[in-house]
Structures are given as C-alpha cells and as structure tokens.
Design a protein around this ligand. Structure first.
Ligand code: 8X3
Length: 258
C-alpha cells in the first residue's frame, strides 16, 4: 500500500461534483485543504462536515470565481501562512453551456466556457506555480475530459476548451521537466454530476437522460483516482488518464439498457 501522503491542496470548484468529492477523499488522508468555489455557503457546509468526520484535516474556504485573474491572485496572496506552500493544485472548476450547433452558440456562452475552462486553470497556474518552483515541489492535476481528445456535434466550444486544457497540461510538462513538479490530467467520460444540469440550463429531466440506461461514473470514482495520482512516489508522474464508464466506448457512444 502506498504511504505517500497528500499535503496542502487547493481544489477549485469544490462546492459540487468532482471537486467536492476530491475534497472528501483528500480530507480522509488528513490533508490541509484550500477549497474554492463561487458558492461559499456550500463550501462552508462542506467544511463543517469534513472537520467533524476528519479532525486531522484542516479546511480553508475561499469564495472565488476562477475566471477573475485579480481575485485568483488576491486569494493566493491572502492564504494563511499554514497553507501557503500548496503542494497539490487541482484545477477542477469547469463547465459547459448548451449542446447547440456551432453557428448558434451565443457569444456570451463562448466567453463563459473559455473563461472558466481555459483562463481559470491558467489563472491558478499563474498564482500557484511560482511558489511551487521556488520550493521545487508540487503537483498540478488538471481535470480535463474525453472532450479534450474527441469532438462531437454540439460540443464545439466545450471540446475546444478541453483540447486547450490538454495542450496546456502537455506544455507544462515540457516546462517543468527539469523540476520535481508533476503535471497530470484526468479525462473523465460520463460522470453523473451537476455538469449536464448546468449544460441544459437547469433542465434536470434532460440532464438525467444523458445518464439513462447506463451506469455512469460518480464524482467519487474520479476523486479516488485523483488521490491515487497524488500519492504516487515522487518519480511517478501519471501524465494522462482517460476514465470511462464501462458502458461507454467514446464521447457519444454508450450502451444503454433501456
Ligand atoms: C465530459 C463531458 O460531454 O464529453 O466532460 O460527456 S462529455
């Protein structure tokens, strides 16, 4: 069994889905957590829960919109001394809007996806990586998607953002090859989270259809993989992990029983 521990970790988008599950999974190991999201109430609830279940974990919550570079920089500047030396950055915050043909995607939706899914992780890297370089220690784990290696009708901007994140992950590995800092990407397929509800503007019934008749991945499945990645020995860099539900073969190909 691996004995490497997860140290101080910052997780973006920790109020729900994969980010929230990562917070739970990392807290189990007694990690010191910085959790960020726009929905601070949900983060504070999660903090209360985590601290009662895992007393050795510490949790610091910050209301943050990863799209806003100045806020990201200020958030990192204001971190308490005890968690300043972040060792793991989980770039999880991400979203999708719509499943429209490319020519009808509103410009505002283009901006929201590009700003959250590309600018967001870049903002975090700009704020966190210099400290990791100084300390010569750290691990960046980007939450990508199968949409980062495949493209499907209705996914133009989302697929483009996840392809971009995949490129950024690879570039970082080149730039950090001569350091002990590791860069990993997890690319999940169908995961049952708020992702599809957000995609369809809150239409839960339409979102449920995405996962109907099959067994999708859960956020917990991905969080366990993130914890596995973060606890490998220092010479092991899990570069790229595509994780699919057993019922899924490709982004738009899945076996449904009903
Ligand atoms: C996974 C999203 O749309 O490819 O991030 O199922 S999708």
């Amino acid at each position: 069994l691996c004995t490497y521990i997860i140290g101080k970790s910052i997780i973006t988008g920790a109020s729900a889905g994969i980010g929230e599950a990562c917070a739970r999974e990392f807290a189990k190991t007694g990690a010191n957590l910085v959790l960020t999201a726009r929905r601070i109430d949900r983060l504070n609830q999660l903090k209360t829960e985590l601290q009662s279940h895992y007393p050795s974990a510490t949790v610091h919550c910050v209301q943050l919109d990863v799209r806003d570079d100045a806020s990201v920089a200020a958030c990192v500047d204001a971190l308490p001394e005890s968690v300043r030396d972040v060792s793991v950055l989980i770039n999880n915050a991400g979203m999708v809007v719509g499943l429209d043909r490319t020519e009808v995607v509103p410009a505002s939706d283009v901006d929201r996806m590009i700003d959250t899914n590309i600018r967001g992780p870049l903002n975090l890297v700009r704020a966190i990586l210099p400290g990791m370089r100084e300390r010569q220690a750290g691990h960046i784990i980007n939450v990508g998607s199968i949409a980062g290696i495949e493209a499907y009708a209705g996914g133009s901007v989302y697929c483009a953002t996840k392809h971009a994140l995949n490129a950024i992950t690879q570039v970082l590995r080149h730039e950090l090859m001569d350091t002990p800092i590791r860069v990993s990407e997890i690319k999940p397929g169908l995961v049952n989270t708020e992702f599809s509800t957000v995609r369809f503007g809150g239409d839960k019934a339409r979102a449920d259809k995405v996962y109907e008749g099959l067994t999708p991945l859960s956020a917990q499945d991905i969080a366990e993989i993130a914890a596995f990645i973060a606890t490998r020995p220092p010479h092991v860099q899990i570069a790229d992990l595509l994780v699919l539900a057993t019922d899924q073969a490709a982004a738009t190909k899945a076996h449904r029983r009903s």
